[in-house]
Design a protein around this ligand. Structure first.
Ligand code: BGC
Length: 307
């Protein structure tokens, strides 16, 4: 192949990209990438609900490939996770031998970012240093899997007409956001995937528990979720609870109510881990827990909405 032909190669994929905006969004995605992304939420701060200060880690020192001979992070595992059914036993242990990087019984210890390293019997955060070893308040050593339903509708005026932003001319999309009880930040109403549970079940369960506090419209919600969502992200989450040995990963799907006749009509009511819930206008000013705003942006690109 000549270099000219080689340069034309991307054009081959153009029809595919134009046909499916998500493909291009995913290809251009600026979401968390190991070796590029530097922790923002889980670095240089006090570990949540504790008095444990993380060991300072500069931008350059995040990556494991960067030598950091003085690195001496404290170890912390929150006392309340001891003995919980959803949590692993402590390590090292004579009786607990986790099968890293694979399905370990019902527990998924695989990362979406490929095989992670295991050092001195403990899994290593695939992004890099966080200034803390142990599990903090996360239940699992290694990846802790969550699922996030991004439920959206178009913003409408009193007459039911879709509202566009006057500057961009693009329609404004709204999402269901909850206010988390633990850090008071607004977030996607997601939750942890139980061992052996299918992500689609987690998505519906968490949405119903957190944003609807269960509902008499259960059948409609069931149908809405069954119609299927569009996956917009799968991978690491820049969560404030991450440590060098335990971290959050998520699978995020968009469930969109195009004509606002289904979930878009529902009265929202906060429940479970949520202290508040609301339909929120989505735009570039949106501030959400962890890197949820980046994940939501993938939906905006996909739906060609205002940002
Ligand atoms: C939340 C998810 C979130 C994950 C990572 C879980 O506690 O329920 O919405 O993506 O943490 O921050």
């Amino acid at each position: 192949m000549t270099s000219f032909e080689f340069a034309l190669l991307p054009l081959l994929f153009l029809p595919l990209i134009l046909e499916n905006p998500l493909t291009s969004a995913q290809m251009m995605s600026s979401l968390v990438k190991p070796g590029i992304f530097r922790h923002l939420m889980c670095r240089n701060n006090m570990y949540p609900r504790s008095s444990v200060l993380r060991y300072p880690v500069s931008d350059e020192q995040v990556f494991w490939s960067e030598p950091f001979p003085d690195y001496c992070p404290p170890a912390y595992t929150a006392p309340h996770i001891g003995g919980q059914v959803w949590a692993d036993p402590p390590l090292p242990s004579d009786t607990f031998w986790p099968q890293w990087n694979q399905l370990d019984g019902q527990v998924n210890r695989e990362s979406f970012h490929g095989a992670y390293n295991v050092q001195n019997g403990l899994p290593l955060n695939p992004i890099g240093r966080t200034g803390l070893t142990g599990r903090g308040s996360l239940g699992r050593w290694g990846p802790n899997h969550a699922a996030d339903p991004i439920v959206t509708r178009w913003k409408r005026d009193d007459q039911g007409a879709i509202v566009a932003n006057p500057t961009t001319g693009k329609n404004i999309i709204q999402m269901v956001a909850i206010q988390r009880s633990d850090n008071k930040l607004w977030a996607i109403p997601g939750g942890m995937v139980d061992p052996g549970e299918n992500v689609s079940v987690t998505l519906k369960r968490e949405f119903t528990e957190e944003a609807l506090n269960f509902t008499d419209k259960a059948n409609m919600v069931e149908r809405f979720f069954q119609a299927g969502g569009v996956q917009v992200y799968q991978g690491y989450v820049d969560d404030f609870r991450n440590t060098d040995n335990a971290w959050m990963e998520t699978t995020a799907l968009n469930f969109h109510d195009e004509d606002g006749s289904q979930v878009g009509q529902l009265e929202l009511m906060a429940g479970d881990d949520a202290s508040n819930v609301r339909w929120t206008d989505v735009d570039s000013n949106l501030k959400l827990h962890a890197n949820h705003a980046d994940i939501v942006r993938e939906v905006v690109i996909r739906r060609n909405a205002h940002w």
